[in-house]
Design a protein around this ligand. Structure first.
Ligand code: HEM
Length: 219
C-alpha cells in the first residue's frame, strides 16, 4: 500500500478503534440476553429486549460503517450505497436510544440529568441525519457533509465516553453518580466540538491558501 493510500484509511481506522469498547459492551450485553440470568442490573433489558438489541446492532453498523465513509478512497457509488444502509441504521440507533431513555426504569446511579443529556444527544442525532439526508437530496454536498459529521460525532459519543471514563478512573478515582453523568455529558461536548472543527477545516485550508503569495499558490 502506498503512503497516500495508507493515509486515506488513517481516520477510519482511528474511528473504528474508538468504537471497539462500546462494541465489546454490546456483544457482552447480547450474550447476556441470550443465555444469562435476570438480575436487578439487567432486568430492564430482559423485560423489553427489542429496543436494546436493535440499538446495539444498529449502533455497531452505524459506527463501523460511518468510519469507512470518512476514507477519501471510499467515494462515489460505494459511499452512496453504504449511506443507504447507514441512514436507517443511524436513525434506528438514535430512536431506540431515545425510547430506552424515556421508558426503561433508571438503573442505580442514573438520574434526570443523564436522561436529559441522552434526550438532547439522541434527538440532535436524528435531526442531523434528517438534515444531512435532505441536503444530499438537494445536491448540497457541503451541508450534507456537515450534518453527517455532526450526527456521526454524537453517535461516537459512546466511544469517547468509554475513554473519558477510563481516564478519570485511572487518574482521579471512581466515576459514579453525578461524576459519571458529567463525564458522559463531557464526552458528547468533546465530540461536538471536534465535529465543528472538522467541518470548518476545508474553509480554513482555503483561506490559508489564499493568504499565501500567488507565486506559491501556482507552484
Ligand atoms: C445518540 C447516541 C446514543 C444514545 C442517545 C444512546 C442511548 C442509550 C440508552 C438510553 C441506553 C440504555 C441505558 C440503560 O438503560 O442502562 C443505551 C444502551 C446501550 N448503548 Fe447506546 N446510545 C447511543 C449510541 C450508542 C452507540 C454509538 C453505541 C455503540 C457503538 C451504543 C451502545 C450501547 C450499548 C452496548 C448499550 C447497552 C448498555 C448496557 O449493556 O448496559 N450506544 N444507549
Amino acid at each position: 500500500m502506498t503512503s497516500s493510500r495508507r493515509a486515506d484509511w488513517l481516520v477510519p481506522t482511528a474511528l473504528i478503534a474508538l468504537t471497539l469498547i462500546p462494541v465489546a459492551g454490546g456483544a457482552i450485553r447480547l450474550t447476556d440476553l441470550t443465555g444469562g440470568e435476570v438480575t436487578p442490573e439487567n432486568a430492564r433489558f430482559f423485560a423489553s429486549p427489542v429496543p436494546v438489541v436493535l440499538h446495539i446492532v444498529t449502533a455497531v453498523v452505524f459506527c463501523l460503517g460511518g468510519a469507512v465513509q470518512f476514507s477519501p478512497a471510499f467515494r462515489g457509488r460505494n459511499h452512496r450505497r453504504l449511506g443507504r444502509v447507514l441512514l436507517p441504521a443511524g436513525l434506528l440507533m438514535a430512536l431506540t436510544g431515545l425510547w430506552m431513555t424515556l421508558f426503561y426504569p433508571y438503573p442505580e446511579g442514573d438520574g434526570d440529568l443523564l436522561a436529559a443529556f441522552r434526550l438532547v444527544a439522541g434527538s440532535t442525532t436524528v435531526l442531523a441525519l434528517v438534515l444531512g439526508f435532505r441536503a444530499i437530496r438537494r445536491r448540497d454536498l457541503a451541508r450534507h457533509r456537515a450534518w453527517m459529521i455532526r450526527g456521526y460525532a454524537l453517535a461516537q459519543g459512546a466511544g469517547t465516553q468509554a475513554l473519558v471514563t477510563i481516564a478519570w478512573v485511572v487518574l482521579v478515582g471512581p466515576a459514579t453518580g453525578s461524576t459519571r453523568t458529567l463525564l458522559l455529558g463531557l464526552a458528547w461536548v468533546i465530540n461536538a466540538a471536534v465535529a465543528e472543527w472538522v467541518i470548518g477545516e476545508p474553509g480554513r485550508r482555503r483561506r490559508a491558501l489564499y493568504r499565501t503569495r500567488p507565486a506559491e499558490r501556482t507552484a
